[in-house]
Design a protein around this ligand. Sequence first.
Ligand SMILES: [Zn+2]
Ligand SMILES: [Zn+2]
Length: 443
Amino acid sequence: MTFAAASEWDDQSPAPRSTLHRLAPIGIGTPQVEALTSYVMRLAASHALPVGSLAVDVVGPELGRTRVYGDQRTDRASFFKSAIYRDAHTLNGHGEYAARWAEAIGRLVLRDELGELTMLSWRDMVPERGMLRRHLAVCPLCLRDQENERGAIYEPLIWSVAAVNACAIHDCLLLGTCPHCGIQPPPLSWHAKAGHCRRCSGWLGVDDPRERTPGDRDRWVSGSIARLIALSAKDRRRVGTTAAVMEEAISRAGGTAAALARATGRSPGLISEWRHGSVAPTLQSLLLISAAARLDFVALVRGEAVDDPSPRPPQVTTAIEPRTVIDWTRVREQMEAALTADPPITVSALHRTLEVDRQTMRERFPDLADKLVVRRRAWAARQTAERRMKLVDAVHQAVRAIRDGGDHPSRRRVEARLPAGVSLREPVLRAAWREAVGGAASA
Ligand SMILES: [Zn+2]
Ligand SMILES: [Zn+2]
């Protein structure tokens, strides 16, 4: 049987034929709808391809990468770097990037519903700012259920919303750190597999010994976002203005912008910008307003002020922040730990791991940053000195061995005995060689 014959099974209709398998997306129309990143991983797996190859060799050309990235010289590696590492979390959002990927993959699999695996239909309701989680977070119990039911392993879209910290189905907190290797896994990687750590490939549907019961606030947020995700396609649109709902929210919070500012933990200036429609409230802010003013969250997102008398979690205010907020205690701890790491970690490696830019880190902890730099430099200098000593030794030994064999220790003969890539062009080594042959050497 030929491959062509086998692939006909994937597609019942005679024509047209899809380039990639017509993999069905999971859970469309439900709060557990699959994320586009998850679909990409499953699609790659169904072709026995790494996600990286699928992205670079198949989706990249389909995207017309020059239009997206504007650089004709963009090579494979840097396309992948920007597509999969830097911007991967935005694949599930509602920006240009999500739109293009959903379209491109849709053409490859002949499906037009892949936008449902992103937040594209929220575009007019809520800005993307702060909405997306930059790292992977999973519900280990959801993954375990999928495994037990022997269904496809997939990652729901709701896990990529930064404000969501709990699973509404299992009433447990999401897991954001890999229990095997201890990192916060990125959303994708070259060999990413749904339900597995992107770095160590460890299975994330694990028992987690930590206390994982969510608080009322996390429960309420998860439930609210689940309702937003499950909103039917025709209802995912704005019906009113932010300005109008803000007036209602202000009157419910005590009648003044200052009262709403206190109740939501936002600045009075920001409240006034919402009121005048110059800035749209983020998803986090909408959650805060909903909680403070007892307005239905989903209606609020659509620009409607609808009373919601259901009980509100206490202290729902400022703690609803995306987890992208910098945890300075953790940064300091990691910097301190780096001070005793052997070999010393570079400051740039550290700020990449912590996702804090170098300048911010320096401004916040100048002493620690200086110490790290000094320590790394000292280590690098020691490494260089050690290498030199070893090579000088090697030159001396080579000269001796060549002489013992009855030959003249010429430059060529000595270099032939040195490690690959090492030559007597290095001044220290040339000096050692000259000294060893008694100053009589000629280059
Ligand atoms: Zn769950
Ligand atoms: Zn891991």
